[in-house]
Design a protein around this ligand. Structure first.
Ligand code: ADP
Length: 400
């Protein structure tokens, strides 16, 4: 079966085409600057790359152009659109409505729409992708929604409740939802394979550290806590997002700086985090260079990130009682040996012992970087959210 995975943004539509039988990503592409002018990027598994300018007035035009690319007689990877058996969509927020991936019908679209107040940028964009598919593919092609929040619907009330008046919480759906669920589930399942145990028997702390970062406590295969909250601002410090701050700070800024609610939102989402701390860049690589040159703010940005990740690992170890494994994934988690070393340094008495040579030698494949004597395994596992979405899509559409 050929499955198309779509990640639809407000002005972009990224896609990946999988041959499920061969476990192969045939092609991937990005339609960018939708509604502005239009840029199409395309790459096949054989290494062919193309970038073209093309007017893309809306998501339907973008998807039509993407289908033209993957079916092109010269550089396409499938003969025609009917070879694509199903579509999997990445959906940002599923609220309390989706605890698993789900086949899309009108009720599911309504559910995604109901979550727009919780994800005002992401959910409308996902809906545009779904509507474009409905217009471009034949009616019988099944579509599946894979929500970033779904894996965390197993959080117990004590982990998801905010101590606000119950009536307000009920009225607005205020609670911790957690994010990066597709990634945490994928690396958790891969960790279970490395541990040689069923996922349902594994306790895992999964650290997804990228531009956006979150950490999950997985107890016997189920998410029981995640550092992100009702929005993706909470938790550890991120590229441009603040992570945990005193809840009174937004109103403090409104009073003292005369900021509007929208301005505070903009600052917290785009000017804080590693960028705000370092004053250099949201990218850890730039910050590492500045810190090495003696920049104290850059060094503090690294120290703060390390401290917060370490703090949550400790908290989740306490919550779980024990962990079979700690997993590092995403841009920082997979690539920064320094962050992994410093985060786990000094945790020997908690049974966590890194093999420094293995930590430094990581080469892009899933790897166990714990010392032989470590009671807790430490894994680096490259995340693959698109493959996870494709697998869920196949599971839900098999036989349709
Ligand atoms: P996103 O959350 O947008 O998917 P990624 O998971 O790709 O982001 O993570 C991007 C971040 O990973 C970059 O901003 C950078 O800070 C970090 N990163 C990538 N490669 C390295 C590296 N070799 N060393 C340190 N940090 C890295």
């Amino acid at each position: 079966m050929i499955i198309m995975v779509i990640n639809s943004g407000s002005s972009s539509l990224k896609y990946k085409l999988f041959d499920m039988r061969r476990k192969l990503a045939l092609a991937k592409g990005a339609c960018e600057r939708i509604g502005i002018d239009g840029v199409m990027k395309y790459q096949t598994h054989t290494g062919l790359k193309k970038e073209t300018q093309l007017p893309l007035p809306d998501h339907k035009a973008a998807l039509t152009a993407a289908i033209a690319q993957v079916t092109d007689s010269a550089y396409g990877v499938v003969r025609n659109i009917n070879e694509i058996g199903a579509i999997g969509h990445r959906v940002g927020h599923g609220g309390v409505y989706f605890s698993d991936s789900t086949l899309i019908d009108d009720a599911v679209i309504m559910g995604i729409r109901k979550c727009i107040p919780l994800a005002p940028l992401h959910n409308p964009a996902a809906l545009m992708g779904i509507e474009a598919c409905r217009a471009v593919f034949c009616a019988g092609t099944p579509q599946v929604a894979v929500c970033d929040t779904a894996f965390h619907q197993t959080l117990p009330p004590r982990a998801y409740t905010y101590s606000l008046p119950r009536a307000l919480c009920k009225k607005h759906g205020i609670r911790r939802y957690g994010f990066h669920g597709t990634s945490h589930k994928y690396v958790g399942q891969q960790a279970a394979r490395l541990l040689g145990k069923p996922f349902e028997e594994c306790n895992i702390i999964s650290c997804h550290l990228g531009n956006g970062s979150s950490i999950t406590a997985i107890e016997r295969g189920k998410s029981i806590d995640n550092t992100m909250g009702i929005t993706s601002l909470q938790g550890v410090v991120m590229g441009t997002r603040c992570g945990d701050i005193d809840p009174a700070l937004p109103t403090f800024l409104m009073r003292e700086e005369g900021m509007s609610a929208d301005e505070v939102d903009r600052v917290l989402y785009t000017e804080t985090g590693l960028l705000g701390l370092s004053g250099v860049s949201p990218d850890l690589r730039d910050i590492e260079i500045s810190a090495a040159q003696g920049d104290a703010d850059a060094q503090n940005a690294i120290d703060t990130l390390v401290y917060q990740v370490k703090k949550y690992i400790g908290a989740y170890l306490a919550v779980l009682g024990y962990a079979d494994a700690i997993v590092f994934t995403a841009g920082i988690g997979e690539n920064s040996a320094m962050i992994r070393l410093r985060t786990l340094g000094g945790l020997e008495r908690l049974g966590i012992l890194l093999d420094e040579e293995k930590n430094n030698a990581y080469a892009g494949q899933a790897a166990d970087i714990a010392a032989a004597a470590s009671a807790v395994r430490v894994y680096i596992i490259p995340t693959d959210e698109e493959w996870m979405i494709a697998c869920d899509t196949e599971r839900l559409t098999a036989g349709s």
